[in-house]
Design a binder for this molecule. Sequence first.
Ligand code: PXL
Length: 278
Amino acid sequence: MQKKVAAVHDISGFGRCALTTAIPVLSACGIQCCPVPSAVLSAHTAFKGVTFRDLTEDIDPFIRNWASLGVQLDGIYSGYLGSEKQIEQVLMLRELCGKPDCRMIVDPVMGDNGKAYSIVFNDGFTTAIRKLCAKADVITPNLTECALLLGMDADGYTDSMEAAEQYMRALADRGPRQIVVTGLTKDGQVGAGYYDKVTGELGFFFHEHIPVYYPGTGDLFTSVLTSRLFADQPWSLKAAVESAALFVMECAKYTSEQGTPPIEGVQFEKKLYRLMGE
Ligand code: PXL
């Protein structure tokens, strides 16, 4: 049976991220992506003067409708969430529409490069996202998000394999089975660490660094990872992480060769075929 995964993210009309990344990637990988839009923006927030319409009030009836239609989800993949209430709604979605073995992948979008996004300064947001992570099966924080989840300052992390191992073990102690930490660097390369607390598997994958900052690559990474973990023949955590990291790198390399403005994100569209049929 084809898998159904709900993707709870915003939709930003311009600049590739969130749903405009999750829908094509999951679809290319053969998964039925069922979007739950958390907000509508004209463009992602690195652009100036963007419009923002929060959809929190629509989400409860949206989920109740799915429940009455008998929607049964194999997975829930959440990303950028705008409020504590939306975090509760992700849990409600699992409660009302998740199959008994529904798995939840949470990308705790809270900050990057040592800086917290402004949402994190709202009362209760950090507590709520920690609770969501505790109930998740897989979480994919970057180093800044590891620091915030573990109660450190946003720039209080150490970028090393030893520190990443400690963060992954500490985060797994709080609930999720699998942790993937992104944004690590080593000897001029970039990469990710992964840990499965049930099997004890721990590893790192480093690859060539493309020296351009493209917004939305975290969403691209987690969308590929999610697709691999929900494939009809599910990939191992190691293989899923490597596939996601290499796909993001390939898209970043191609985009830097094309020379399009970095703020518009990576050109993944012409590379989607590379995800198919695997
Ligand atoms: O890529 C995460 C993300 C998602 N959604 C919106 C964003 C960002 C990052 O900046 O602005 C609206």
